[in-house]
Design a binder for this molecule. Structure first.
Ligand code: HEC
Length: 122
């Protein structure tokens, strides 16, 4: 019986040791958002793709008559304010992605940084 108790103590000790091993708890702010090197092809397009925007906003009959296929269409949506308005859930715009979750604050900020930089085709 004694031996069982000792083994139990050793085991329970080793289970609790990793309890707070969550990066965000250990290093708050360490996941700071990098908006310094955003590009159309390396940042904006992958974000639009991974959030499903292109599945509705491409092809011959894009949703809402808004195509986000190709640089020129994304640039147009950026310049008329609709791209940022929709993803930031701004008043007066339909929140996007429709039927999905709001994009992360970091991704919204990265798209904003690209718009603020003048929507470069890079
Ligand atoms: C499931 C389909 C679907 C997805 C995914 C989707 N949209 Fe839309 N989107 C729509 C529909 C339908 C409309 C038109 C009706 C409306 O405005 O609600 C629309 C409208 C828009 C508009 C015009 C809105 C306005 O207020 O004028 C923009 C800009 C837009 N979407 C951008 C995006 C972006 C950016 C994403 C990805 C983050 C996205 N959409 C994801 C279906 C979708």
């Amino acid at each position: 019986m004694k031996r069982t108790a000792i083994i139990f103590l050793i085991l329970s000790g080793s289970f609790s040791s990793c309890y707070y091993d969550v990066e965000e708890d250990l290093y708050p702010g360490n996941g700071a958002c990098d908006t310094s090197s955003v590009t159309y092809s390396g940042t904006v397009l992958p974000i639009l793709q991974s959030n499903g925007c292109l599945s509705c906003h491409s092809g011959g009959a894009p949703s809402g008559n808004i195509s986000l296929e190709g640089y020129n269409n994304v640039k147009n949506a950026a310049l008329n304010g609709k791209l940022y308005g929709t993803i930031s859930y701004a008043a007066g715009y339909s929140p996007m992605p429709q039927g999905g979750n709001k994009m992360s604050a970091c991704n919204i900020n990265r798209i904003k940084a690209w718009i603020d930089a003048g929507t470069p085709d890079n």
